[in-house]
Design a protein around this ligand. Structure first.
Ligand code: GLN
Length: 586
């Protein structure tokens, strides 16, 4: 009988349920169990594809093209697992499938009601995910905060499942304890109210993860335990951590894994000798000791809502920078640079010199575009390592077309549909869907294969880190050190020099480098180092290293496949070149 853990949040949103869910899954996998993570989002949107990342945070894309919540990225990064659409649902998707069933007479004339049919549909989807993944323990995160109207039906699903299988279902509340400042204590009352609210939904949490600025002391654990009837040993301290990958280790210190298994009547299985746990712990210890810093600027268009929202909108890029920098023994410092400032005042571009490397992330629309193009030109001319992601690559092509190929005012048709030189244009099939205003799912989404050209930066990066479609790169400190010192790592690994190198990467875009302009761009020196569909589509474009240390862009999103212990090869190469050029500047 599979086991089910549900994770819900108390007191406030953004309390860290996603990381907590991923961490619980991680420690249970360290104890030898096959786990999977699910997220239920309370939105009516059927998926996250139509949501604005500056409001909702990054739209993460799974291998099968599912556009979903950023928490799915945390699960993949922690578990080093590829998830699919069965791992994600929203209020919208649940209602949609329920209504489709009703329309096809699935209910045989019965009255279909919000309760119990919606919660039963949720349970059905969770079981479906369990069957498909063969997970022994399924960990489901319930979006939103306890007390909100919109996630009540999900809590009802937990109640029903628990009623039927009391020994196989656990509820974890991730709750926040505010701190008022010096001399004050961590306050437990809001958490107590959250638990009472859960009680009124017919639920009692089995575990409470106490999120706070500081570790939770025994006194307050007693207080929550006494007032809310949760076992004291099941109240787990969960203080803020700068490096989120430390959190599973913190939970393990509180023996959360064993406690959960005990509750299910399970015993830890033997962990393999070269366990992931050891590597994880080692890497955390290495990170603690890092002194050298690499400075990375991200040039984007930003809202005045502040850094917090930004970090959420680019979370996978930030994590990918961290993974690669840590791998190379550096502490990354990431700074946000507003491209609109460059449009107002070109002198501001000079600030780009203060960074070891610049990233132009993905995006949509025309705001801030000219500023990004100016930044690209500046980095190209001043040989500052530049990494373009999706829209970033497209704008590198626009800049190169304008300033090197002499195609004046070249543009992407996303910004100017009537441009004389549409160097970035939409695919024919997509055009039709857009004309019919069918925006949901009109993009090239998810995994697509790409062939890498020999002798390019991309080839070297992928081969040296040995990442292919079937095998993720191996990471350990020794390998990182060798890589950093420029010693070929291929000798440290089994011989791996393929004749043809194909990689699979994740996509989310409508526009492509226009095949009509391939020749002129190539003639002027742009190298298409990764292509698909027999060279029709450009997946990676770069300038040769004798011209520029790193001027490379990808049509896909490499950041979506970077993991804590498996940095993405292109990010590693970018950070490596940033470090090298930094030393030259010194
Ligand atoms: N707006 C561009 C496109 O649709 C790039 C998308 C992105 O950066 N994810 O092709």
């Amino acid at each position: 009988m599979p086991k089910y853990i549900f994770v819900c949040g108390g007191v406030m949103s953004g309390v860290g349920k996603g990381i907590a869910t991923a961490s619980i899954a991680k420690i249970l996998s360290w104890h030898g169990y096959k786990v999977t993570c699910l997220k239920i989002d309370p939105y009516v949107n059927v998926d996250a594809g139509t949501m604005n990342p500056l409001e909702h945070g990054e739209v993460f894309v799974l291998k099968d093209g599912t556009e979903c919540d950023q928490d799915m990225g945390h699960y993949e990064r922690f578990l080093n697992q590829e998830l699919t659409k069965v791992n994600y649902m929203t209020t919208g998707s649940i209602y949609l499938s329920l209504i489709q069933k009703e329309r096809s007479l699935f209910f045989d004339g019965k009255c279909v009601e919000v309760v119990p049919h919606v919660p039963l549909e949720v349970i059905g989807k969770i079981n479906q995910a369990q069957k498909l993944t063969q997970a022994e323990i399924v960990i489901t995160e319930i979006g939103g905060t306890v007390g909100e109207y919109q996630n009540l039906l999900f809590l009802e699903a937990v109640r029903i499942l628990k009623l039927k299988n009391p020994k196989d279902v656990l509820l974890v509340l991730v709750s926040y304890l505010p701190y008022q400042g010096e001399g004050m204590e961590l306050k437990t009352k809001p958490t107590q109210y959250s638990i009472r609210t859960l009680n009124s939904a017919g639920l009692q949490p089995d575990f409470v993860l106490a999120r706070a600025q500081f570790p939770l002391d025994e006194k307050r654990k007693e207080k929550i335990s006494f007032n809310c009837g949760v076992l004291k040993e099941n109240i787990i301290s969960a203080p803020d951590e700068h490096v989120v990958y430390k959190i599973p280790l913190n939970f393990e210190k509180e023996k959360l894994g064993i406690k959960i298994l005990n509750n299910f009547g399970l015993k830890p299985k033997k962990a393999p000798p070269d366990s992931d746990y050891k590597k994880w712990k080692n890497q955390i210890e290495n990170i603690n000791q890092l002194k050298k810093q690499v400075n990375i600027g991200i040039v984007g268009k930003y809202f005045k809502t502040g850094d917090f929202v930004l970090a959420d909108a680019y979370i996978s890029v930030i994590e990918a920078i961290k993974h690669a920098s840590w791998f190379l023994g550096y502490r990354p410092k990431i700074v946000w640079l507003n491209s609109e400032e460059y449009e107002k005042d070109k002198i501001k571009l000079e600030e780009l010199k203060n960074y070891d490397g610049i990233i132009i992330p993905g995006g949509f629309g025309s705001r801030g575009i000219e500023g990004k193009i100016l930044a690209i030109k500046y980095c190209r001319e001043n040989k500052i390592p530049l990494f373009g992601l999706c829209y970033g690559l497209q704008l590198m092509i626009v800049e190169f077309a304008r300033n090197v190929c002499g195609l004046k005012n070249a543009q992407t048709t996303e910004v100017n549909p009537r441009t004389k030189y549409p160097v970035i244009d939409i695919l024919k099939e997509q055009k039709k869907l857009l004309e019919e205003k069918l925006y949901g799912g009109t993009m090239r989404l998810g995994d697509w294969e790409c062939e890498i050209k020999r002798g390019t930066i991309a080839w070297r990066a992928y081969v040296e880190l040995r990442r292919t479609d079937t095998e993720l790169s191996r990471t350990d400190t020794e390998l990182g050190r060798r890589y950093q010192k420029n010693i070929s790592v291929s000798s440290a690994l089994s011989q791996f020099v393929p004749r043809v190198l194909k990689v699979v990467e994740r996509h989310r875009h409508r526009y492509e480098v226009n095949p009509k302009y391939h020749k002129i761009l190539q003639k002027k020196g742009f190298v298409f180092s990764g292509t698909s569909q027999k060279d029709l589509l450009v997946e990676i474009g770069e300038l040769p290293q004798n011209i520029h240390p790193f001027f490379l862009g990808t049509q896909f999103h490499p950041e979506l496949k970077s993991r804590f212990l498996h940095p993405h090869p292109l990010f590693v190469e970018f950070i490596k070149q940033s470090i090298i050029s930094k030393n030259e500047y010194l």
